[in-house]
Design a protein. Structure first.
Length: 280
């Protein structure tokens, strides 16, 4: 039986509530692990490790969304994502999300066994994505991004970064509901690193509790991102400790899903945060 993918904000137990989403990029050019998980054996070794480490959801991406990344065709993205989902489904029933902005890719992924649509465009790039989400009833993640992956980091500016993101997500939630998507199926993501400076990202992290006003489960995707390197002067693959620290702090601000590369460190961080929170 598949694990439940619909999230509730009513569960006050931190360990039970917070889900860990493990990133599986089957791309040659993702900013951190591009090219690492191309072969079936490498993919399954990583999936088995994530499951052993305590992952709750596996997020599969076939197109890099790093700054200045070049887009790929529907055919290429499908060729990367579909066999990966099919291979995982032969062994595991764990919830899978597909990280795509293309409705055709999402549809084929769902048919292969994906449970969640993770759309960094907040249903804006493909006019058929909302229709697909309504039709299938799958949960959908809508994320804030200023611009596109090709230009988002050129010169991002905000007067009130948190307020503007909340206003954007509120509009997209209401739009999605008007398209027939059930509100309880919507998950929100403030989009750390997507059209934000280091200062913007820090402000979002400091004020994560403000996103509770939107009354949707909150996903945070901060893993190994550039602002960590800016602050700590660490290489991309030496940012997992800092990522875990941010994960622990974020859990105490009512985040529901933590999207990371290193599942093991994040699970440990959540358990420690839970132990502290439950102390007398």
């Amino acid at each position: 039986m598949k694990q439940e993918t619909q999230l509730s904000r009513k569960d006050n137990s931190l360990v039970k509530r917070v889900r860990v989403m493990g990133i599986l990029n089957v791309t040659p050019d993702s900013f951190s692990d591009g090219g690492r998980f191309i072969s079936e054996s490498a993919i399954m070794d990583q999936v088995r490790k994530m499951v052993t480490d305590g992952v709750d959801i596996i997020d599969i991406g076939g197109e890099s969304s790093r700054p200045f990344a070049a887009p790929v065709s529907i055919e290429e993205e499908t060729a990367r994502v579909l066999p990966t989902i099919q291979t995982i489904r032969k062994e595991f029933s764990i919830p899978i999300s597909v990280d795509t902005t293309k409705a055709t890719v999402a549809r084929k992924a769902i048919e292969a066994g994906a449970d969640i649509i993770n759309d960094i465009s907040a249903l804006r790039f493909d006019p058929h994505m909302a229709e697909l989400a309504r039709e299938t009833g799958n949960s959908v993640i809508i994320m804030h991004m200023q611009g596109t992956p090709g230009n988002m980091q050129k010169d991002p500016k905000y007067d009130d970064v948190v307020g503007e993101i909340i206003a954007f997500l509120s509009e997209r939630i209401e739009w999605a509901v008007a398209q027939g998507i059930k509100r309880e199926k919507i998950i929100i993501d403030p989009g750390i690193g997507f059209g934000k400076t280091c200062a913007h990202n820090l402000s979002i992290l400091k004020h994560l509790d403000r996103f509770k006003s939107l009354d949707c489960p909150l996903l945070l995707g901060h893993s190994r991102k550039a602002f960590i390197g800016t602050i700590l002067d660490r290489d991309i693959n030496d940012r997992d400790t800092a990522t875990a620290i941010i994960s622990a702090l974020s859990c105490l601000k009512d985040v529901d899903i933590i999207r990371v590369h290193d599942v093991d460190k994040t699970v440990q961080a959540i358990k420690m945060a839970a132990a502290i929170e439950s102390a007398e």
